[in-house]
Design a protein around this ligand. Structure first.
Ligand code: HBI
Ligand code: FE
Length: 299
């Protein structure tokens, strides 16, 4: 089995050793990508583009179609930004990798999406320690063309600054994780992915949608706030929205009372199922059980 795409969004920021500004942005420096780096992009792009019809939600497909994201070369941020600004007022800024939480939130609150400037190596196509340009641009940027997601991610930035001050960031980060990164949504024609962590990963696209192992549970805000997540492997549970519009409500409501309720109840493990859950698929749990038995063999 190939390694899953791993997104250690919680890990310490590693710098690529280039000059950065106080807001952590750097130049994309597009002219300095090597031929090999463009070819890694091409490999990832072609693999994912073949897989996504019928699997990614319609909004993702529409966003991708509207943007100059092609298969031959790494996209240029200034070209993407022209379309994004006109579409939803968002823009992309280049960063060396993970940035501190408050820097990340400050950018999002101002409709700037920090995107990793670097691209993974060919021998680590499915392994990511930090979000790279393929995850950020292929995975996140098409969704930023959608007005609902555009507002939702901005409000995550605003809410993140507030949650940090209130000491409840872990609750909010889980909501982001199980929506923007690993969310599923039902369409009239079936289950689709919209989370960037899935959409940008070959192996997790298949695992999230069709593997019998994970749970697929209807999204519930307070429930998700209580649920720990895995940063080093496929998710044990995915949370499913009835429609992306549900995120609009999330962008508008006051989280404070929900933080309070979630904080007063016990934390849930990634694979837990509650009697109150609306379970679409009860997973076998086999994938993670095997790994716990024989961690080396299973990976
Ligand atoms: N930095 N570049 C980058 N991308 C992220 O997704 C990111 C980050 N810093 C912090 C972070 N995410 C999360 O831990 C917060 O969403 C809580
Ligand atoms: Fe991401």
């Amino acid at each position: 089995m190939t390694k899953p795409a791993i997104l250690k969004h919680g890990a310490a920021a590693g710098a690529a050793g280039r000059p950065r500004r106080s807001d952590w942005t750097i130049d994309q420096d597009w002219a300095n990508y090597t031929q090999e780096e463009h070819e890694v992009w091409k490999t990832l792009f072609e693999r994912q583009t073949k897989l996504l019809p019928g699997r990614a939600c319609d909004e993702f497909v529409e966003g991708m179609r509207a943007l100059p994201i092609g298969g031959d070369r790494i996209p240029e941020f200034h070209a993407l930004n022209e379309i994004l600004r006109r579409g939803t007022g968002w823009e992309i800024v280049a960063v060396p990798g993970l940035v501190p939480d408050e820097v990340f939130f400050e950018h999002l609150a101002n409709r700037r999406f920090p995107a990793g400037q670097f691209i993974r190596k060919r021998d680590e196509l499915d392994y990511l320690e930090e979000p790279d340009i393929f995850h950020d641009v292929f995975g996140h940027v098409p969704m930023l063309m959608n007005p609902v997601i555009a507002d939702y991610i901005q409000s995550y930035g605003v809410g993140g600054l507030r949650a940090q001050a209130q000491g409840v960031l872990h609750h909010l980060a889980r909501v982001y994780w199980y929506t923007v990164e690993f969310g599923l949504v039902t369409q009239p024609d079936g289950l689709r992915i919209y989370g960037a962590g899935i959409v940008s990963s070959y192996t997790e696209t298949l695992f999230a949608l069709t593997d019998p192992s994970p749970n697929r549970i209807r999204f519930d805000l307070e429930r998700v706030m209580r649920t720990r997540y895995r940063i080093d492997d496929f998710q044990e549970s995915y949370f499913v929205l009835g429609h992306l519009h549900a995120l609009l409500d999330l962008a508008a409501i006051d989280f404070a009372p929900i933080y309070k309720r979630a904080g007063s109840k016990r934390e849930l493990e990634p694979g837990d199922i509650l009697p109150s859950d609306d379970v679409l698929t009860r997973g076998s749990g086999r994938y993670h059980a095997l790994k716990r038995e024989a961690p080396r063999e299973a990976s």
